[in-house]
Design a protein around this ligand. Structure first.
Ligand SMILES: Nc1nc2c(ncn2[C@@H]2O[C@H](COP(=O)(O)OP(=O)(O)OP(=O)(O)O)[C@@H](O)[C@H]2O)c(=O)[nH]1
Length: 250
């Protein structure tokens, strides 16, 4: 559609006004008619313009609302992609991302902990109770850590705590605090007096490989399980590849 089709009536009114202006000896009636036509066209244009502006304001508002919803959904999706559904802590992928990020420039201590005999909890009290124990364990972890470190869930009943810029000894002390916080007070969601967990701790300098750090913490955890559970074992390296401590028990 070209401009003259779109504004057919207005174009006609304009042309007749130009005719009147350019002609000599035009009567008052002709002038009045041309002016009347122009006024009507002008009035219609104003009405349509106001309608279009109102519509575009509404559309802009709708667009802004949609944009806001889209941003909220994007951040919800991002949060879901990085967090564990059941407990709300970082999921395995996010733990690895965060750890690799830290290790680009920080030393990093890693605690891996695993609930002891968790299968029995599920078997004896049912899966929902097992889930409640996992959630309550995270609450205990949070209050024991009091804002220090980042908690993640890397497997069914296996959790990690990332502790950048602290020594192995401090990390072991923290793991011991967590162990006590779990073992010393009963879980409100669980009828038996104690839930316990076993711990493996590793320490790595900046630029070390996280798979390796995780493997060493996991090996220490394995030792904790096989030395009777409800205990902390540590494994550290002085520099990438050089063994400083191996499965030291605290
Ligand atoms: N309720 C619940 N159970 C889970 C979840 N993920 C894994 N599990 C269960 O966790 C249990 C892990 O059992 P095992 O690997 O045998 O370990 P364990 O019984 O804790 O034994 P140890 O680790 O050797 O002390 C299995 O029964 C899994 O089904 C979960 O999200 N919710």
């Amino acid at each position: 559609m070209n401009d003259s089709d779109l504004f057919e009536a207005e174009t006609a009114a304009l042309n007749s006004a130009y005719d009147v202006i350019s002609k000599d000896g035009v009567s008052g009636e002709e002038c009045r008619l041309a002016l009347d036509n122009l006024a009507k066209s002008y009035h219609r244009l104003m009405r349509e313009t106001r309608r279009l502006i109102a519509r575009s304001d509404r559309k802009e508002l709708e667009l802004n609302t949609l944009n806001g919803k889209l941003q909220q959904l994007t951040s919800e999706l991002d949060y879901k992609a990085r967090h564990d559904n059941l407990t709300g802590v970082l999921n395995r992928g996010a733990v690895f991302d965060r750890a690799e990020h830290y290790l680009t420039k920080n030393m990093l201590a890693l605690i891996v902990l695993d609930i002891d005999f968790f299968k029995r909890i599920n078997d004896d009290f049912g899966h929902p109770t097992g889930d409640a124990v996992l959630r309550e364990l995270v609450q205990k972890l949070k209050s024991a850590l009091n804002g220090v470190g980042e908690i993640g869930r890397v497997g069914g009943e296996e959790f990690t705590v990332l502790l950048p810029d602290i020594t192995l000894e401090d990390a072991v002390e923290i793991a011991e605090c967590i162990r006590l916080a779990i073992a010393s007070e009963s879980f409100s969601c669980f009828p038996r007096p104690h839930v316990t967990a076993s711990f493996g701790v590793s320490w790595s300098q900046a630029n070390c490989d996280f798979e390796d750090a995780y493997g060493r913490a996991d090996a220490a955890l394995y030792n904790a399980k096989h030395s009777g559970r409800n205990r902390v074992e540590a494994d550290g390296i002085f520099d990438c590849g050089y063994l400083l401590k191996s499965s030291e028990t605290f």
